[in-house]
Design a protein around this ligand. Sequence first.
Ligand code: UGY
Ligand code: MN
Length: 248
Amino acid sequence: MSLSGFTRTHVAPDHALLTPDTFVRAFLPGWHQTACIVHISPELGARFQMYTVEMQPGGSGELSLLDIQRFAYVLEGEVSLEVGEVRHTLRPHGFAYLPANTPHRFSSQGPSRMVVFDKPYQSLAGAEAPSPVLGYEPEVPSNPLLGDEALQVRLLLPDTPSFDLAVNTMTFAPGAHLPFVETHVMEHGLLFLQGGGVYRLGERWYTVQAGDVIWMASYCPQWFGALGKTQSKYLLYKDVNRYSLESV
Ligand code: UGY
Ligand code: MN
């Protein structure tokens, strides 16, 4: 309950900070016994959709849209994923990538939460369609960003032309920061997993913390500095490997 009318949430034409106190749950087609919080969508100006699914015991989710690829990352609880005849179990920090038009079904025995990214797949002449990917974030190799050991990046998906999206985690030691104010054609969807700090988005600076979601449009100037005495970490979506004039 907000008695002050105050929130850190701020929506601008080229970015949005969305904090949990302003989240609204709704129904999404394909998800059953599951509350969905749509954070980022074409309505905001994005070319993808990012949402949290809160699955109740017995909840499920299936692909409902044509030509849409899906990336899901488990935040809490245990989620089963059936792809064809094969059943996988995803625990927290487990993730799955499902190429466009891959029939699949998520289900949850107990309560669970996942963050999901859906994006229309843009094929590329000469590049094979991607295959499903399943993984567990702590087991993915980590590399310093531009040689800075205090800022570690894990690429959760293969860095090959078949993929038109990337999902990475970025882990900052206390006091670590992005090396410069990035300004790039790729857009981002971000979920803070741990810690917090100060995020510059466009001409504004925001305090951010675990649970916050950020949208950064193409060319939104961006910079982050980690504060506090523990690591800060976020999950980051971006579109990659495509020449935009192709779709004009
Ligand atoms: O990969 C990236 O573009 C990343 N360094 N951006 C960010 O963390 N805002
Ligand atoms: Mn960036």
